[in-house]
Design a protein around this ligand. Structure first.
Ligand code: ATP
Ligand code: MG
Length: 352
């Protein structure tokens, strides 16, 4: 299966389908930033949607920043519960997946005041109408736990632009739901540069082969929707969750994401874990029906993630190390953010 992203051309969105091999020079000129809300453990959607790409880019030599946007937890709920536990759990998931603490900067955005200050000029660059028509925000409002929609829900995509632009990221590996946010980030960068002079790059979106993995209920797999399979799940939990996944009545297994989204999702999951073509996976299961498909998917997930789970469990023995990693990441993020904020304030003609 193709796995190389485009790192030389500059379309707004790059996918493995349009990929050309990266050259060492192009990889080193990229800065990658992406992240995950601390709302629960990372799941298979994260891994195949973005985490796998992050680790691959890191291993090719790119500078990797991972933001844990803790303020963003409050977009769809009143209180951020178990924050420390979720933040530390994310770091363990990263380490288990192969994020190299020596090469990556992992930080929580609430600990980086200069990053947060960028939100003020950025909000001046977007209209209320633009914030209101974001399709991902609309979907998240539909799934929100709150009866009233907060101002943070509408403005967090601009806050996310600050998460990305504070370190002048050029490439952002994310899932499909993030595309409107990345479009807004590019708009903010462009408008800032036009109004005040060149400060920010316009970062590109890097999608994977699974930009929207479905959960066990057939909607986007999400930490907050009780439909996900965690990377750290045990083999038995994985088997139970996949057994309960939505499928359809047709015994003949095929790969047709438009007509058969749930079945195709399990086929794709199996294919990604085994490095095979999804059509070939479907063909090999043939008339076995949903139970054979689920057995194959369970076996594939448990085999593929066994080393990740073992590595994660090993790191979990030393939580002081995890906390130290975050402290160092926050320190580096603060240095970078302060430099960028100084440039922004100078470009805007603020008193210094
Ligand atoms: P929550 O339900 O709390 O919003 P989430 O599962 O949607 O959690 P996020 O932290 O919002 O996870 O997203 C982190 C990153 O993972 C983003 O780049 C997002 O696009 C990607 N991602 C999340 N879910 C999926 C999925 N099902 N398929 C592909 N990528 C995904
Ligand atoms: Mg989300």
């Amino acid at each position: 299966m193709p796995t190389q992203p485009v790192l030389t051309a500059a379309p707004a969105t790059v996918t493995p389908d349009t990929a050309a091999p990266a050259t060492a020079a192009s990889v080193h000129s990229e800065r990658v930033l992406t992240g995950d809300r601390p709302t629960g453990p990372l799941h298979l959607g994260h891994y195949f949607g973005t985490l796998h790409n992050r680790v691959r880019l890191q291993n090719q030599g790119t500078d990797l920043f991972l933001v844990i946007p803790d303020y963003q937890v409050l977009t769809d709920r009143d209180v951020a519960e178990h924050l420390v536990e979720h933040v530390e759990g994310l770091v363990l998931d990263y380490l288990g997946a192969g994020v190299d603490p020596a090469r990556a900067t992992v930080f929580t955005h609430s600990a980086v005041p200069a990053l947060n200050q960028l939100l003020l000029p950025f909000l001046s660059l977007v209209s209320v109408a633009e914030l209101g028509r974001n399709p991902t925000v609309k979907d998240e409002i539909a799934h929100s736990r709150q009866s009233a929609v907060s101002g943070l829900m509408y403005t967090y995509p601009a806050h996310q632009a600050a998460d990305i632009l504070f370190c002048k990221a050029t490439l952002v590996p994310v899932g499909k739901d993030q595309e409107p946010h990345l479009e807004l980030t590019r708009t903010i960068a462009r408008r800032f540069n036009e109004r005040y002079g060149p400060v920010f790059p316009e970062p590109r979106t890097l999608l994977s082969q699974a930009p929207l993995l479905l959960g066990t209920d057939g909607t986007k797999m999400s930490k907050s929707r009780a439909n996900s399979i965690a990377l750290k799940a045990t083999s038995d939990e994985t088997a139970r969750l996949i057994r309960g996944a939505k499928t359809d009545q047709d015994r003949r297994i095929s790969y047709d994401p438009a007509a058969r989204p749930e079945v195709s999702n399990l086929v794709l999951l199996t294919a990604l874990c085994q490095g095979r073509d999804p059509h070939e996976v479907a063909e090999s299961i043939g008339d076995g029906g949903a139970s054979a498909l689920k057995a194959a998917a369970t076996e594939a997930v448990n085999t593929h993630f066994a080393p990740l789970r073992a590595r994660r469990a090993q790191y979990a023995q030393d939580m002081d190390y995890v906390r130290e990693l975050l402290r160092a990441g926050n320190e580096r993020a603060n240095e970078v953010a302060e430099q960028t904020l100084a440039q922004v304030r100078a470009a805007m003609g603020m008193f210094r």
